[in-house]
Design a protein. Sequence first.
Lengths: 111, 875
Amino acid sequence: MRKHTNDRLQGTLDMLVLKVLASQGRMHGYAITLRIEQISASVLRLEEGSLYPALHRMTQSGWLRAEWGASENNRRARYYSITPSGRKQLAEEEQNWAQLTEAVTRVLRFV
Amino acid sequence: MSWFNRLSNLLYREDLGRELDEELQFHIDARVRDNLNAGMTEEAARRDARRRFGNWTLAEEKTHEMNIIVTIQTVGQDLRYALRSLRKSPGFTALAVLAMALGIGANTAVFTVVNGVLLRPLPLVQPERLFLISYQPRLGPLAGKPSLSDHDYLEFQRRTHAFERVTTFGQDQVTLTGAGDAVRLPAALVTSSFFPAVRVSPAMGRTFASQEEQPGAPGVAVLSQELWRSRFAADPNILGKAISVNGIKRSVIGVMPAGFAFPGDAQLWLPLAVGADPLLSAYRPAFGRLRPSVTQRQAQAELETLVSHLPLAPGEHRNGWAAEVLRLQDLLVGGIRKSLLLFMGAVAFVLLIACANVANLLLVKASLRRQEMAVRTALGAPRSRLIRQLLTESAMLSLGGAIAGLLLAIFGVRALLALAPAGIIPRVAEIHLDARVIGFALGLGAVTGILFGLLPAVQATGWELRTFLSQAGRAVTGRSEGLRSLLVVSEIALTLVLLTGAGLLLKSFLRMRAVDPGFRAENVLTMTVDLPESLYNTTVSIQAFHARTLEKLSNLPGVLAAGAVNWLPLNGALMWGHFHIYGGPPMPPGYMLDKPAVSPEHFRVMGIPLLSGRAFSDQDSSTAPRVAIISRSVARTFWPGGDALGQRITLEDHPKPPVDWLTIIGVVDDVRQQSLTKKAHPAIYQPYAQVKRPFFLNHMTFAVRTARPASLVTAMRGALREVDRNQPVQSITVMTDLVATTTAESQFQTRLIAIFSMLALLLAAIGVYGVLACAVAERTREIGIRMALGAEKSDITRMVLRRSLLLVTVGVSLGVVGALAVTRVLARFLFEVKPTDLPTFLVVAALLVAVALLSGWLPARRATRVDPLIALRWE
């Protein structure tokens, strides 16, 4: 699988989106925004518009599947769900993240 | 989404943009609604939604960018992956690219010629509005050369409404003197309506006025740009200057633009007087420009009506004549068109066989990658993605093949043109690589890439890991082996069809070569001289020239005999007419015969056997009683009792007694005058000294019999120069070469088709070998068990060979059916061979079986070397 040369922040956003979709199934962009806000207790506030380039990029990479569907109030909305290769990517990102935070924690503890 | 779709997305950015707008707008609206529900005012809700969203335009642009970048990256990724996979097995890649290069190269080479000859428009203005007008006997010597007699042309010109302008032309070789060395040039004799009809104006000066067509008008000529530059140093004051054509002074009135050399390779245009001689009506190609809005069909209908009203001479009938309006291009390419289409068909077969071969290779490769594919499927790669991956790989193979094929084609075209006998392929100058040819090659690459790639790709990716694992990694045969066998069977069938075609053509060619022309061509050298009427305008002067030349020639060292004839056999010339027997019955309708004028030694030089009576001698002079020698078929038709000698005949329609009556003094064997494949014409020979009209004498071919003909060329030219230094040689040919040129077209076809079918045979052999080698490799275990159970080596060999025999039997059977259906198109190319010739079919089938068994032999031998112990441990 190909990897984007992500900077950390973009990688984090990717990871969050993948994680949300992995646990919640099919969602549209707005719902993803709400969910991230909700679980991070609004600590992670992202500029909402920046979510869409990420969604499209991950769709093109085959990590997400996108399809048009009807929203709760019957409007046309684009729904995203995670693919098997998206799950693999998520596992990788989670592992990287764990390693990074562990390393940073260690550094903070010792210095 | 496949990258084909993504690429098309790039093209439909607008649609994509609208969808994106809709998606983003949904987000904002949803936020506004939530804000309203939370109790905000309308305005605050909107402001908050917009603030949270951030920069709309930026988001939109970035999202677009993502779509494009990822597309490019994915395509790149597929390509990289394909390249890596191809690099990993260089042997496979080289073989596949080679097979495709051969297939595409052969097709592109033939297409290059077809493109130049058939597809490119003539270099005239709106050539698609120009049509040939033809009315002539359906059968006979004119068949295939559309033409109109002068009399009919004049009638048609007067009466037609469909054509806005009609013209007719003749082609000739003329001698240009006074501009450097004397030189023979291709010239066109054209009516004054010729240039207006083709709508090409001179670069300088003017073209012919109608009064310049009339006999007796002052001589004029139009030069080609090339001739003007090469012979007249592009003299800007050339107009009005005099040049000498065939010894006649003509003034130059125009120079055509560069590149204009129609018809043929004309360098010089002279005015043509149509129908000037009431006794002679020449058949020439005629064509015209249709009026706007008139269709070819309407013109055809008009012509058919007109010819039914043409005046006939008393006693003349025109049963079996055909009136046709044809594309002008057909005049140039009529002969070669069928051959070219035949070649196109043959190379298409080669390409199909190459495709089957590469598909087979891919199947083998896919069976080796089955594990990889199964694992990737299990890991969640969608099947479409794997198929796309494999298709990218086959597309790269065929693209590589197309590029290599294009290079091959450049040499192929050269080889093809070199192989073609001179003059058989028209418009040679227009045969070269152009955008259309390159597009053709690349298009073939794309189509074949999908053709041979799709099947293996679909087939290789259908495996689920479960199936694969449940077989514990053991070789899986069956599905793909059956498919491979099917491909090989079709390869063999296609090869058989091609080989049969080649076999039939070869047999026909050999039959042609075995034809007895009625003369002995060995050790004969011929030299043709055309005397210009302007300098040699009386029979006496021409005969004096001939006598002097003959004398010089017979005195040359090494010359056994020297003769002369006005229409040399197999030289393409035609001089037909009637004859009458003194007091005899009228001739059967349509009975025409050749009337050559010969020198006394002609029969001895050409080795034409004298069957009875005597040959001509020097005593048969212009003042002696007139005599004639008839050919065997004339004697048999009119004097079956063998009493032809001493009979009196005339060649004139209105003979004046007694001078026009000839006495038969001898009978000679029949000679094939027109071609080896056409039956000998009846002929009546006259001594050239007794011929009265200069027209029958100023074209003369001298022939000498000598031990080493080729060594005498210089001496022969020298002899001519001594007689008249201003007369160039029109042609000087060893007679055996002339005989060979009459079969050259057939030889060309045979050679090309043979080359293509050998290519097919090679590919098919590789195919059989590949399938069997693979089958043996996959069955190593089975073979090991058989051997462990006591099978002999010969049993194993037989097992493998039986399979190869099965493949070839099925292939040959299908091929025979196909060949029976297809070889019919060869009928018109075959001479004394039927398209269903049984011996050819048998020999070809035997050859294929032998080749298939031979290609099965290597895998069979390998199978016998299987060590049961190793084989059983192997997996």
